[in-house]
Design a protein around this ligand. Structure first.
Ligand code: PLP
Length: 384
């Protein structure tokens, strides 16, 4: 029956993140630093919002684009960060994942080219391939920064329909600097191209300002912003995200969303609404904890001889393992087997991830300390 599976589905692989995570669960006593799942409970305000919605029987379909009050509150939240979207530009989705798939479905015809960073969150490439599009990668350098001249060249050569920006980045933790955002704006304002900006981790930026391409009102008609509540409110399983776009994109995305899922889960939308109203303080304290963990990891990894770029956002670090003379796959396999610590091979995020591994620090400081102890022992005993 293998022939019955679509060629497009056959052309993609299950995410390397999940592959490795599944492996770890079979190894007794292993510490997993693999997932992007914050270890904090959902904020009390979010919980109360959900329970209240259940009590009030708000368990039926919501409008396709989502609960109106939530869309209004997102608009206010974004405006407080100089990102101007009105309520009617916002569609609530089933996590950022459905948002991304809807956006690509709304855009891509067979053979359309999409510019995607390498390395990057694996869903971009998978979505594009599933829809019959073609991925054109732009490279990130050793500091995980793209090169504006390369992007311009690729646009001129390939006429891609869209470019994906992903800041703060999973897997590298890089954020969009003011300088690079200005360069992108200068380049993209005169190009016929859609900008898909995935800002899932925008609430998790450490000691730096938050820059977004969506802050430029003069190019708003070509920007589609994807974000959500999975990370900000530690509610990955609740599945609430959102997409912001102007016409004609908004209506196209809403059409896809309607036939995909009708609406995002009702009670979880009320949870997110309560979170925006009452729980932003909790987000700050989560962010402070992540920052402490980041600082701890950076210091320890440097001590153990890893080369790192200090991440400025999200909760991942992407150290180089090149000096250990192993591929990133081999390093991760061996570290899991002999050191009982699981991290993700950089290649799960694209060919340029070779030579790096992704370590997630949404784990307690105790787990991180034990992981570092094991990594140190692994290096001492298994690397000459
Ligand atoms: N975008 C990025 C960069 C992510 O890292 C993730 C999840 O890890 C998503 C989108 C998807 O988010 P969600 O879990 O809300 O579907």
């Amino acid at each position: 029956m293998k022939d019955f599976i679509s060629n497009k589905v056959n052309s993609i692989e299950i995410s390397g993140i999940r592959k490795f995570y599944n492996k770890v669960s079979k190894i007794e006593g292993a510490i997993s630093l693999t997932l992007g799942q914050p270890d904090f409970p959902i904020p009390q305000g979010v919980k109360e919002g959900i329970l209240k919605a259940v009590d009030m029987g708000k368990t039926v379909y919501t409008p396709n684009a989502g609960v109106l009050e939530l869309r209004e509150e997102i608009s206010n939240y974004l405006k407080s960060q100089s990102i101007n979207y009105d309520t009617e530009d916002i569609c609530i989705t089933v996590g950022g994942s459905e948002g991304l798939m809807n956006v690509f479905t709304a855009l891509i015809n067979e053979g359309d080219k999409i510019l995607i960073p390498n390395p990057a969150y694996p869903a971009y490439e998978a979505c594009v391939k599933l829809l019959g599009g073609e991925v054109v990668n732009y490279n990130l350098d050793k500091e995980f920064m793209p090169n504006i001249e390369e992007i311009e060249k690729l646009i001129n050569e390939h006429s891609p329909k869209a470019i994906v920006l992903s800041y703060p980045s999973n897997p590298t933790g890089t954020i969009l600097t003011k300088e690079f955002s200005e360069k992108l704006h200068r380049l993209l304002k005169d190009k016929e191209i859609v900008i898909v900006s995935d800002e899932m981790y925008s609430a998790l930026i450490y000691d730096a300002e938050y820059n977004s391409i969506a802050q430029y009102d003069d190019i708003k008609d070509k920007i589609i912003l994807v974000s959500g509540f999975s990370k900000i409110f530690s509610m990955t399983g609740m599945r609430v995200g959102y997409v912001c776009a102007k016409e004609p994109f908004f209506s196209a995305i809403l059409k896809v969303h309607q036939y995909n899922v009708s609406c995002a889960p009702s009670i979880c939308q009320y949870g997110a609404l309560a979170g925006l109203k009452n729980s932003l303080e909790d987000v700050i304290s989560m962010r402070d904890s992540f920052k402490k963990r980041r600082d701890y990891l950076c210091e320890e990894l440097i001590r153990l001889g890893f080369e790192i770029n200090e991440p400025k956002g999200a909760f991942y670090i992407f150290p180089s393992i090149e000096k250990f003379n192993m591929s990133s796959d081999e390093f991760c396999e061996k570290l899991l087997e002999y050191g009982k610590v699981a991290v993700i091979p950089g290649t799960a995020f694209g060919s340029n991830g070779e030579g790096c591994v992704r370590i997630s620090y949404c784990y307690s400081i105790e787990e991180l300390k034990e992981a570092i102890r094991r990594i140190e022992e692994f290096i001492a005993t298994h690397i000459n």
